[in-house]
Design a protein around this ligand. Sequence first.
Ligand code: HEM
Length: 359
Amino acid sequence: MKNLLERFYLWLDKRFNLTPLIEFMRHKQVPVHRHTVWYYMGGVTLFLFIVQVFTGILLLLYYRPGADSAYESVRFIQNKVGFGWLFRSIHSWSANLMVFFIFVHMFSTFFTRAYRKPRELTWITGFILLALAMLFGFSGYLLPWNELAFFATKVGTDIAGAVPLIGNAIKVLLRGGEDVTGGTLTRFYGIHVAMVPALFAMVLGLHLLFVQRQGMHEPEYTAKLPPEKKKVISFFPSFVLRDALLWLIVLNILLYLAVFFPWELGTKADPFAPAPEGIRPEWYFMFMFQTLKELPAHILFLEGEVVGILFFSVAGIVWLLVPFWEKVGLVEKNQRLMTIIGLGVVLFILVMTIIGYVT
Ligand code: HEM
């Protein structure tokens, strides 16, 4: 058997020159210091994405897009398909946990300054993954065609419509017309199961390639140490085994949530019914939604909502360009300022989210 495997490996090696790659993996090391724990957050996010792909494909086998069939097909998955309720529940919980861990991973790379040269493109591809993950969530929310999702999508696309100049075009493009209809549902379906997964897979491939090529960043205080004083572990098997253990723990938490707090389906959307009380977006949009609500109707000569949208658009671009702030001398000398800005952003998101839920 071993002989057969060896021969197969040699056969592949001759064609694809695998040996340098294997050598690279064999010698790859991961620095150990008091912030090493944050190195695992990207891996947990990756695991949850794999869960999403797996459960998403299973749901796809029974889901039928369309205003007359979507809700019924999800009810069928819930009540008739063996373990359908479980896979739907895992898919929904895992989506939320994935976004949560993307935030944890993003802020941990921010506070440990992992975005610095030469990892600018790792940060930028990461930011694109965050945007795509939010689009995943937004498009998936509508698919069961229930009341809550229907009205939340109406509000969400209305907000997009308030963007100056291009807003209406975006709204019509997303909705496939003036209103949220079965046509919107088919669009969101296409976005959710084809467009975003394809883009996500490509950008994720780049993100992981960059991380593999460059290795993990080291904090300044260990980077300065001579090589013999540095603590490291091997990537394979030590780091990978620790990763696997954590994935197993996360899988347990996920199953616990999915079984004991199964995802509700709610009532079917009725486009002619009045909007129910307390329509809310998903929690990761809440800080933006609440900020827009808090703004006065008019600020100078602009509508408050428009000012809010412009603010978030500019803030998004500034955040995308984090690795270049130092280049333009913004925070070159004062690293503490960088930490204060980061803490300010976290605090703002937390406070706005809490206000959104308690008011
Ligand atoms: C689905 C989304 C994402 C996945 C699956 C993912 C995955 C990973 C993995 C596996 C690593 C290596 C281990 C680690 O440092 O945790 C990594 C590193 C990194 N990621 Fe992500 N990531 C995602 C989103 C993001 C986001 C939103 C950002 C920031 C905007 C980001 C920025 C970085 C940076 C700067 C590193 C290098 C860390 C270092 O060298 O210490 N990633 N990512």
